[in-house]
Design a protein around this ligand. Structure first.
Ligand SMILES: NC(=O)c1ccc[n+]([C@@H]2O[C@H](COP(=O)([O-])OP(=O)(O)OC[C@H]3O[C@@H](n4cnc5c(N)ncnc54)[C@H](OP(=O)(O)O)[C@@H]3O)[C@@H](O)[C@H]2O)c1
Length: 290
């Protein structure tokens, strides 16, 4: 297993860097890391990791960029508008050069979720399944870190705004998602499986408010609004363009229960328990007000 070359795409993203670090911690250096910005991975020079340039938007370049790889982590592209086309190009190129296994970073319940990111994940999962290449779908639940999008204004205004009702989210840290990805890349035990990668417990927005209030020593409140009202309030708070509708779509997914399950995937794949939301924010309290 350790001899087959591992390819990590999108390697300069926040998850990609953690995956490269996780592979190195396991002593695995026969890795190809592809990214649009090879210069941003200079910290891995001399580790054995081979950094190559690749852009899913340039399909003709991908076969050369992926050459030699046998196992692959396809990190979903953040370019939502072109994502599906990009993922298909990456899967096609990987298959052509003989990649035998692809792990894909998906999301929770993509077949039915109203989250703005779900349809792309679902289409990609179907395409990968039909490609005939062995796969694992790592359905990464919302990162704990996504809460940083709204927590600074929440703390400023004293109110966490949402439309998730009592819906719960089994937030997982990015680091635990990376450890899970390292787990599937270095084992054959998870082939052709769909895994929910979750934190240890699901929390409603009210629960999150309670956790953060106790860490910062201030009383915050959760205000549940209708989607339209939430949209105007988010705009007032400075969210614009893609963000108000995207945040509402995530809350609607939470409200309908798409993110409430917990699993033992992190433990099984990494050998350690996932970090809880409370422990994560206690350890990173200084970032809360930024
Ligand atoms: N579960 C969650 O809560 C959550 C939250 C946010 C995002 N996500 C998804 O998970 C992915 C990884 O998360 P992250 O935190 O690492 O996001 P990130 O730091 O924003 O990184 C963006 C990722 O998209 C890749 N990308 C964008 N355009 C690309 C292209 N044309 N060709 C190839 N790769 C492209 C980047 O690769 P390079 O820059 O290295 O080329 C990078 O890996 C995101 O891209 C997104 O799909 C999940």
């Amino acid at each position: 297993m350790n001899k087959s070359k591992i390819l990590v795409t999108g390697a300069s993203g926040q998850l990609g860097v953690l995956v490269l670090e996780g592979l190195l911690k396991k002593g695995i250096t026969n890795t190809i890391a592809t990214t649009r910005t090879p210069e941003s991975l200079s910290q891995f020079a001399g580790t054995g990791i081979e950094v190559r340039s690749a852009d899913f938007g340039d399909p003709a370049s991908l076969e050369q960029a992926f050459a030699g790889a046998e196992r692959m982590l396809l990190i979903s592209s953040s370019d939502l508008a072109s994502q599906v086309q990009q993922h298909k190009a990456a899967i096609d190129a990987a298959k052509k050069i003989g990649v035998k296994y692809i792990a894909y970073t998906s999301g929770p319940n993509p077949e039915k979720s109203p989250a703005v990111t779900a349809a792309g994940h679902w289409t990609t999962e179907q395409y990968l399944k039909q490609s005939g290449v062995d796969y694992t779908f790592l359905r990464n639940y919302p990162y704990v870190e996504v809460l940083y999008l709204t927590l600074p204004t929440t703390i400023q205004c004293g109110e966490f705004l949402g439309t998730a009702g009592k819906g719960k989210v089994a937030y997982v840290t990015r680091e635990d998602c990376a450890d899970a990805a390292v787990g599937v890349l270095t084992s054959d035990a998870f082939k052709n499986m769909t895994l929910d990668v979750t934190g240890p417990q699901a929390h409603s927005h009210s629960d999150i408010v309670e956790i953060i209030s106790s860490i910062i020593g201030e009383d915050l409140r959760y205000i549940d609004l209708e989607a339209e009202a939430l949209k105007s309030r988010l705009v007032e708070r400075g969210f614009n363009g893609f963000w108000p509708d995207a945040l509402i779509s995530f809350d609607l997914a939470y409200r309908q229960g798409d993110t409430q399950s917990t699993s033992d995937a992190v433990l099984k794949l990494s050998g350690h328990q996932p970090q809880s939301v409370a422990d994560y924010f206690k350890a990173n309290a200084a970032r809360l007000r930024k």
